[in-house]
Write a protein that binds this ligand. Structure first.
Ligand SMILES: Cc1cc2nc3c(=O)[nH]c(=O)nc-3n(C[C@H](O)[C@H](O)[C@H](O)COP(=O)(O)O)c2cc1C
Length: 502
């Protein structure tokens, strides 16, 4: 990445805007019968069966979602049961539904645009109780770990992060990758946004489950891309690493890695069309060497938001007894909202529990995305558009009125945002983020928003109300929230409300 070139990110972002982005072909049609197999397989590789520990966690699910759990500071080495739990409740299959023309579709723990499941998870670990040191790929269909390399290779990952301090003492690292064509088959070049949206929702689940186990963690977006990708044997025109989640803490010395032998051979996918805009954006946002990674890792100067004296402070919170596991099992994207209202306490709980931030190498910069919303039906809150002030936990009224039509329109004229009680937009000053982080800032902005979005999904289902991610008309969202949202760009959208079973 040229230090700090940002044109590529703008070209990609502008070019993939709905409705007229020049990188999108409006005549493109996708039929679900052309859905690529959402699983990656390896030829002749050893598989290790993992077993899901049925025991439900006892810590408050809302505390786990909002990262309010005190972590173990000293030696904490997750075992195979904990690892299996994190994998299953983030990338595992939680339900199978039958459709008239498509047959059975397996749905996963976290939401994913188009149910195309393009995010893969790899595991790099030292010896942990129940699992030998190695490099593994998670196969959600068979609930197995495919052995890719044997031995302790953590040092390779640590080096690629330029010796990131937390990662340098973790026994377990998960690498999340994106297989571009599995999602671009439907969404074309906009796929690279979805890479982060769908990785973000998976990460929200992974972080929440890790929190139930009190595992210290750090999410890493700064690494030398080529080192991680080649280590995992990825063909970067087709698949690339997006994020590393470092888990646990071990005091022992990290050995030099064994020599790199051949990695297990993957079975090729049946759908392989490349979109140059995706490859270009991936490349332009890559970090090329340790020096680049080190200088990339920095804080962004924050915009602070004063409390507006007329704003509504959110105080009420609801408590929830259900375990996080049961909430993830019942999560699903709402397919029809009832138009009924939710309560201000419900909205307040969702907003507070999903915007506390996470621990990440970019997250000293807490306010990367701001929260804007349209309240269509919230008991105790006037209908209108609002800005949610995270620092002061207050809702600032921007425009009074019934904006159901606007909600429906901004969410690509779908019924879901029209019927929802609230639609929420995550918006950032992209120019500022890019000026701080270069083209890779695009990854940061998208990931920051989608992790909050994923937490909102979980918080809504914790409260027995529905939620769905949505796509949007980019510039019209900004226009609607002007002048407050001046210079802001929409990264993620979610609708929340009472669901109707269909
Ligand atoms: C970021 C995001 C955007 C989405 N956009 C839409 C959308 O525009 N319209 C829609 O009907 N569903 C949308 N969905 C819902 C997905 O279709 C849904 O997550 C997927 O089918 C998997 O189902 P599940 O969430 O019930 O597990 C979106 C989901 C996400 C995460």
């Amino acid at each position: 990445m040229k230090n700090y070139e940002i044109d590529a990110a703008w070209q990609y972002h502008d070019g993939t805007k709905h409705p007229n982005g020049i990188l999108l072909n409006r005549a493109h049609l996708y039929h679900p019968t052309n859905r690529p197999t959402p699983f990656k397989f390896y030829r002749d590789a050893v598989q290790i069966k993992i077993v899901l520990d049925k025991q439900q966690s006892t810590v408050s699910a809302l505390d786990a979602i909002s990262d309010k759990i005190k972590k173990e500071k000293t030696n904490f080495i997750p075992d195979i049961h904990v690892l299996s739990k994190i994998l299953f409740f983030s990338g595992g299959i939680t339900k199978t539904l039958k459709f008239p023309t498509l047959g059975e579709i397996e749905f996963r723990a976290a939401s994913c645009t188009g149910a195309l499941y393009h995010i893969e998870i790899y595991i790099i670990c030292s010896d942990i109780p129940g699992l030998e040191a190695g490099v593994y790929h998670f196969d959600p269909q068979n609930l197995t770990l495919t052995v890719l390399r044997k031995g302790d290779y953590r040092r390779t990952i640590i080096n690629a992060t330029a010796g990131e301090s937390f990662t340098s003492s973790t026994p377990l690292m998960l690498v999340f990758t994106d297989i571009f064509s599995r999602n671009s088959v439907k969404y074309q070049a906009r796929e690279y946004r979805h890479a982060f949206w769908d990785c973000g929702t998976i990460l929200s689940n992974a972080l929440a489950i890790s929190n139930t186990q009190k595992i210290p963690y750090k999410l890493i977006l700064g690494f030398v891309d080529s080192e991680i990708n080649s280590f995992l044997g990825l063909d970067t025109k087709k698949e690339a690493a997006l994020a590393i989640l470092s888990l646990g803490h071990a005091d022992n010395e990290i050995p030099q890695p064994p020599p790199l032998g051949k990695i297990a051979e993957q079975v090729s996918s049946e759908y392989d069309r490349e979109f140059s805009a995706i490859n270009d954006m991936q490349e332009s946002s890559s970090l090329e060497n340790y020096q680049e990674v080190r200088s990339w890792r920095k804080e962004m100067a924050l915009e602070t938001h004063q409390k507006n004296p007329t704003s509504t402070t959110l105080e009420e919170e609801i408590t929830v007894d259900d375990s996080l596991e049961s909430i993830i099992f019942r999560r699903g994207s709402t397919r029809k909202f009832s138009c009924d209202s939710i309560s201000l306490e419900q909205l307040s709980t969702i907003l507070k529990r999903s915007t506390n931030g996470i621990i990440a190498d970019f997250e000293e910069s807490k306010n990367i995305n701001d929260i804007y919303l349209i309240a269509n039906a919230v008991d105790g809150l006037e209908q209108g558009s609002y800005f949610y002030n995270k620092e002061h936990r207050s809702l600032e009224l921007l425009k009074k009125g019934d904006f159901r039509d606007v909600s429906g329109h901004l969410g690509l004229d779908q019924n879901l945002p029209y019927d929802a009680a609230v639609v929420i937009f995550f918006m950032t000053n992209l120019q500022k983020v890019l000026e701080c982080f270069g083209n890779r800032g695009y990854r940061v902005a998208q990931m920051d928003a989608s992790i909050m979005g994923g937490k909102m999904y979980l918080a809504a289902y914790a409260l027995h109300i529905g939620a769905t991610g949505l796509t949007f008309y980019d510039d019209e969202v900004t226009e609607f929230f002007l002048p407050h949202a001046n210079n802001k760009n929409t990264m993620f959208m979610i609708a929340i409300g009472k669901k109707i079973k269909i």
